[in-house]
Write a protein that binds this ligand. Structure first.
Ligand code: ZN
Length: 419
């Protein structure tokens, strides 16, 4: 057991990088990385994380949702908890840092805090969430939703690709679905929630900054849009008689990008299905997706209003019908000023006194935890903004800085903490 309080942040960063590689070796894919919820890989990554947590001086357990937890008591046992967490599950053919880096930074932060834990006015818990990506059952943030007490009973019926239900998968893993509420934390038992995560975007790298503060996590609105025209013989139908649904959809895709750019909103059409989809038939119906996200809900919603108006206007002109179905809507979640300040103090410790603040375009466990406590997020630079891909990469020197920042941030939270 190497419980060495004098390990430098450089040495700790090297250890974290080596452990990211070790975790990458736990995979359901022969080539590439895949770790999904309630699988053998989940069991193995929990066992490793538990071992590392114990080595860092934490008391460990697996909660009722399969999340791996480790606790460091403060001045006295049983105090409310500052949670530092991220996830160990992955998308198929994943990189080795998304989520993982946040968990390992948490464990090393705890190791550095451990010798001084008697000075902490709260407990610190490191949590490795078991499902954030939703790879196996479709629904995302399962681990953190269980901890936030917002588990959806409808999920028990959800099935994986092999037809196994969530409830069955719980039993098979050795968990009892009836006990899921034991994983939930009460707001009064929490001091706050911190998460370090790779940026998954190119902004920090472009700015030449290793670390960034997160202002908010964008909540997406998603739509299924259908444009109805009339399917007719391509040869026999002159232009003036056509009601071509694909022309409408093509214009819509261009409008979505233009309005998104103008308003600083991320607007994406990722799916498009043309019917009947024959080479010699004027398209009669096109269904396409729209994903909208922004720093604030107001910004996102006003962009939707403009997109809606543009599409409606064009469809009317072309004698097309527009059918709108909103299939998902999540509110944007803000990081609390208190925890942002603490993280800013942490980043200042690394020599950056005027840190970049950016909002997260991707979802994170912190979104779920915001239902029960204040959240704060720290982004670390990643190479070329690549994520959810085997080429995901981070610099070891950035990892060392992130560790310094997190440790300092915990003490900043402690300095402001009132029991
Ligand atoms: Zn992630």
């Amino acid at each position: 057991m190497s419980r060495d309080p004098v390990m430098t942040s450089d040495a700790a960063a090297a250890l974290i990088m080596a452990r990211c590689d070790e975790l990458a070796g736990i995979s359901a894919m022969p080539e590439g990385i895949l770790r999904a919820y309630l699988t053998e890989e989940h069991r193995r990554h929990n066992a490793l994380a538990a071992r590392w947590m114990v080595e860092a001086g934490l008391e460990v357990w697996q909660d009722a949702a399969g999340n791996q937890c480790g606790r460091l008591e403060g001045t006295r046992p049983g105090l409310p908890t500052l949670v530092i967490a991220s996830h160990l599950d992955t998308v198929p053919d994943a990189g080795r840092y998304d989520g993982i880096l946040g968990v390992l930074l948490g464990i090393e932060t705890a190791r550095r805090l451990a010798p001084h834990a008697s000075e902490l006015p709260f407990a610190v818990e490191i949590v490795a969430f078991a499902d954030e990506e939703g790879t196996r059952f479709g629904a995302t943030l399962l681990g953190s939703r269980a901890m936030a007490g917002t588990w959806d009973a409808g999920w028990w019926e959800a099935t994986d690709a092999a037809g196994i239900s969530m409830a069955q998968a719980f039993w098979d893993f050795g968990l009892d679905p009836e006990k899921i509420h034991d994983a939930a934390r009460a707001p009064e038992d929490l001091v706050g929630y911190l998460e370090a995560h790779i940026e998954q975007g190119p902004y920090l790298e472009a700015a030449g900054r290793p670390l960034g503060l997160v202002s908010s996590i964008a909540g997406a609105r998603r739509f299924k849009l259908t444009i109805l025209g009339e399917a007719r013989h391509a040869g026999g139908t002159p232009y003036e008689r056509r009601r071509d649904a694909l022309i409408g959809a093509a214009q819509a895709v261009l409008d979505v990008e233009r309005i998104g750019r103008d308003r600083g909103v991320i607007a994406t059409v990722g799916q498009l299905d043309t019917r009947p989809g024959a080479v010699n038939v004027v398209p009669g119906e096109v269904e396409f997706s729209l994903d909208l996200r922004a720093e604030s809900d107001t910004l996102r919603d006003s962009a939707w209003d403009e997109i809606h108006a543009a599409l409606s206007g064009f469809c009317t002109q072309r004698c097309l019908e527009l059918v709108i179905e909103e299939i998902h809507s999540a509110p944007t979640v803000s990081c609390s000023p208190r925890l942002r300040q603490a993280l800013a103090a942490g980043v200042a410790e690394t020599g950056d006194h005027d840190p970049i603040t950016l909002y997260s375009r991707a979802g994170h466990d912190a979104m779920a935890m915001a239902a029960v406590t204040e959240i704060g997020m720290l982004f670390t630079r990643c190479e070329d903004g690549i994520s959810h891909h085997p080429e995901e990469n981070v610099l070891e020197t950035d990892v060392a800085l992130a560790l310094q920042a997190l440790e300092r941030a915990v003490w900043a939270v402690a300095a402001e903490h009132r029991e």
